[in-house]
Design a protein around this ligand. Structure first.
Ligand SMILES: *[C@@H]1O[C@H](CO)[C@@H](O)[C@H](O)[C@H]1NC(C)=O
Ligand SMILES: *[C@@H]1O[C@H](CO)[C@@H](O)[C@H](O)[C@H]1NC(C)=O
Ligand SMILES: *[C@@H]1O[C@H](CO)[C@@H](O)[C@H](O)[C@H]1NC(C)=O
Ligand SMILES: *[C@@H]1O[C@H](CO)[C@@H](O)[C@H](O)[C@H]1NC(C)=O
Ligand SMILES: *[C@@H]1O[C@H](CO)[C@@H](O)[C@H](O)[C@H]1NC(C)=O
Ligand SMILES: *[C@@H]1O[C@H](CO)[C@@H](O)[C@H](O)[C@H]1NC(C)=O
Ligand SMILES: *[C@@H]1O[C@H](CO)[C@@H](O)[C@H](O)[C@H]1NC(C)=O
Ligand SMILES: *[C@@H]1O[C@H](CO)[C@@H](O)[C@H](O)[C@H]1NC(C)=O
Length: 648
């Protein structure tokens, strides 16, 4: 690999760390690699200093990593496609035939929406189903191996908690997270602190004392903090699998790039999405600046910023794209802080906490923090110093080039609650996005396509914000509800011929929209429900598993096609279009059934109250022995089930 030294240092913490005095011991384990816990620390810069680059291409790191990863997806993809079954079409042979030009093979991404713990758990069900390591996930009717076949996984807000839980914990499995006695105990609120399976290691008092000390230490070191820092620390206690009782204070996001299996392309590249709030701006418009955090970089493709900064050296002072002075900063990209920055919406939630929930002894200190939040509207994360200071002063939005601090807010505040932005950037050439939507768009907290509408609208903006991105046509929300597009999987952009106006424009990905819907559980819990028993959590996860597998294929009898085969068609569509290969007839049936056909129905509807596809009881006990029963019930309204004495 001929990477410039600085690039190599940013990519590999082992390299970077070896340049730091007295840090040899931290290279043994990659993740907790911050030099001073939560507090960013000045260190000597690597020999070639980090620089800010324009967003005109993929980073060298990503390009180099893709060479390894894309190739590593082929074996799992062949196994997956063969299992999903396209009849006479030999998908495995097809992939082999085209593997000499990797650009011709399918490039798959998964996007996990925001929506608090609802999104984290529903999304977890999807990842569990897509993961070949999950028990039975490679059985007929399941989708295990899709994760192993994917190149990218993006998350925002509650979806970023999920991405962080998996990728900042060494690509652990959802089953491990569920079984863990260190993380994912949602039975106690983040206010009370970790309840290590009912033996509380830290008292609530010690927990807050630790958090406050960590945040104060960051601000004492001269870095601006906001309420998001407290929020981020508490999230980290919940999500990062740390053996120490400091809530994983030393885990950085950039260290993901240093994990051996990641470097070897053994799993997808995680990305977290956040929004920018223009200095002085109050409301996030659909033209908000969207930031992404990869394992190597922080920045934005949008013309306002149009630049990326090396993630491992976030916190370093730059001027005009070069390090200002000779000190670099490490440890700013704390993993919890990245997740907290993507989910600042929950700052507002903490504002509403009843003071009686606050442990007596902490009333003063938390009261003071909350007062600061409500007075200063500090629902932001502060990224200071601004790495883009002075960069592109004439080209980019001047505000971003002049401000000393970037204001970062929840990735869903621009209504694009599914993190599609990084996945529709033409240089990434994604073919198909499995878009998991756990948004609460309706009064009953179900999705209705709002996020897809927002992404489509933005792509149409004649203004500069679309900046070369394109997105398949998406109908209005009323059509989503009237046609049931938000109640079952729907494909958008099936026909590439309908998608490009000019020959040079790139074809956007096919979007496999997988909306949260009640299969085995009423999974429309409130975004602000911040405690779940283990049973509720697991029921949400199982429901998510059922959403993406159409109840492991058991709903197929009410369809003209087999769901898993249709997933294979979606994966192969763009690739076969490029290679001029015909898909089998089974795909024609699939596209007729699952593709939005362009029709709209904007008749105003009176609410959206979906009924369960399957009852929890039948899925749990009767289901396994009598799969036929679901088929019967899938066609029934809830009233019939009630009449049969089946409880919702
Ligand atoms: C990460 O997981 C892999 C695979 O399970 C394991 O081989 C490796 O030792 C783990 N790395 C760390 C740093 O825990
Ligand atoms: C996996 O399948 C086996 C055989 O059907 C079954 O006994 C077992 O309970 C399944 N495990 C899970 C986690 O569903
Ligand atoms: C947490 O880390 C321990 C080892 O330190 C490991 O045994 C366990 O599987 C990890 N759990 C998760 C969910 O990653
Ligand atoms: C975003 O939209 C608002 C309202 O239409 C407008 O005032 C603002 O200038 C726009 N910002 C950019 C960067 O286009
Ligand atoms: C995207 O924005 C940048 C910065 O304004 C500009 O240089 C570039 O040409 C734009 N790309 C496209 C495809 O419009
Ligand atoms: C589908 O499979 C998963 C994992 O084996 C299981 O938990 C779930 O209950 C199954 N769904 C149905 C409807 O049986
Ligand atoms: C085909 O393209 C037109 C023009 O963009 C759009 O109105 C229509 O909805 C598209 N049809 C489908 C099925 O996407
Ligand atoms: C969940 O959805 C059902 C049916 O759509 C609705 O009756 C119920 O009120 C919803 N629950 C919440 C918490 O919104």
């Amino acid at each position: 690999m001929k990477l410039p030294l600085v690039a190599a240092a940013a990519a590999g913490m082992a390299n970077a760390a070896s340049l730091l005095p007295g840090s040899a011991d931290i290279t043994a384990r990659a993740l907790p690699d911050a030099p001073d816990g939560y507090t960013p620390k000045e260190v000597a810069c690597p020999t070639t200093k980090p620089t800010i680059r324009d967003a005109d291409t993929l980073s060298t790191h990503e390009t180099e990593w893709l060479k390894v990863r894309r190739r590593a997806t082929l074996a799992p993809m062949k196994e997956l496609l063969d299992r999903l079954d396209l009849g006479d079409f030999d998908a495995s042979a097809y992939i082999d035939r085209h593997s000499s030009n990797i650009d011709n093979t399918p490039n798959i991404a998964v996007a996990l929406s925001g929506g608090g713990y609802r999104a984290m758990t529903n999304g977890a069900g999807a990842l569990k189903a897509f993961d070949a390591r999950t028990e039975n996930a490679t059985a007929t009717g399941h989708l295990g191996g899709l994760l192993q076949s994917s190149t990218y996984v993006s998350g925002l807000s509650g979806g970023s908690w999920l991405v962080g839980s998996m990728f900042a914990n060494n690509f652990t499995t959802i089953s491990n997270l569920q079984a863990s006695d260190r993380v994912w105990d949602l039975s106690k609120s983040l206010l009370e602190g970790p309840n290590q399976h009912h033996i509380q290691l830290l008292s609530t008092y010690d927990y807050w004392k630790t958090i406050i000390k960590q945040v104060h230490s960051k601000s004492d070191a001269g870095y601006k903090t906001s309420f998001t820092d407290y929020w981020s620390r508490s999230l980290s206690f919940q999500l990062i699998n740390s053996t120490t009782d400091d809530g994983g204070a030393s885990f950085t996001w950039s260290s993901i790039a240093d994990m051996d299996d990641f470097k070897a392309g053994q799993y997808p590249m995680p990305m977290v999405v956040m929004d920018g709030r223009n200095p002085g701006e109050k409301i996030i418009e659909t033209n908000a600046t969207v930031y992404e955090v990869t394992p190597w970089e922080f920045g934005s493709w949008d013309p306002t910023v149009y630049a990326f900064a090396p993630l491992a050296y976030l916190g370093t002072e730059y001027a005009n794209g070069s390090v200002h002075g000779d000190k670099c900063v490490r440890g700013y990209d704390n993993a919890g802080f990245i997740m907290g920055s993507s989910s600042t919406l929950f700052n507002e939630f903490l504002l509403q906490i009843d003071s009686k929930d606050i442990p007596h002894v902490l009333e003063d200190v938390i009261g003071t923090i909350l007062k600061g939040l409500s007075v200063n509207h500090e629902d932001i994360a502060v990224y200071s110093p601004n790495p883009f200071h002075g960069h592109r002063e004439s080209g980019a939005d001047e505000d971003y080039a002049r401000t000393n601090a970037l204001s970062i807010v929840d990735g869903g505040e621009d209504n694009e609650n599914i993190p599609l932005h990084p996945l529709i950037q033409p240089p990434r050439a994604v073919d198909v996005i499995f878009a998991i939507d756990s948004s609460a768009d309706t009064a009953s907290s179900w999705p209705n396509g709002t996020s897809l509408v927002a992404t489509y609208q933005r792509s149409l903006e004649a203004s500069q914000m679309a900046n070369g991105t394109s997105f398949p046509p998406i109908p209005d929300q009323t059509t989503f509800v009237n046609l049931g597009l938000n109640n079952r999987p729907t494909f958008f952009g099936c026909d590439p011929k309908n998608l490009t106006s000019s020959a040079s424009a790139s074809i956007p990905p096919l979007v496999v929209y997988l909306p949260n819907a009640p299969y085995t559980h009423a999974s429309n819990t409130s975004t602000f429900k911040l405690t779940y028993s283990d049973e509720e959590r697991d029921a949400m996860i199982t429901n998510g598993y059922n959403v993406v597998t159409r109840a492991n294929g058991t709903l197929d009898s009410s369809s003209s096609s087999t769901w898993t085969s249709c997933v294979a068609c979606a994966i192969l569509q763009r690739s076969t279009h490029r290679t001029n290969t015909s898909l089998p007839a089974i795909c024609t049936t699939c596209f007729e059934e699952y593709c939005w056909d362009g029709s709209v129905n904007s008749t105003v509807v009176d609410g959206y109250e979906p009924t369960a596809y399957i009852t929890e009881e039948s899925a749990g006990s009767l289901g396994r022995s009598w799969p036929g029963l679901y088929r019967v019930m899938a066609g029934m309204g809830v009233g019939v089930m009630v009449a049969m004495g089946i409880a919702w």
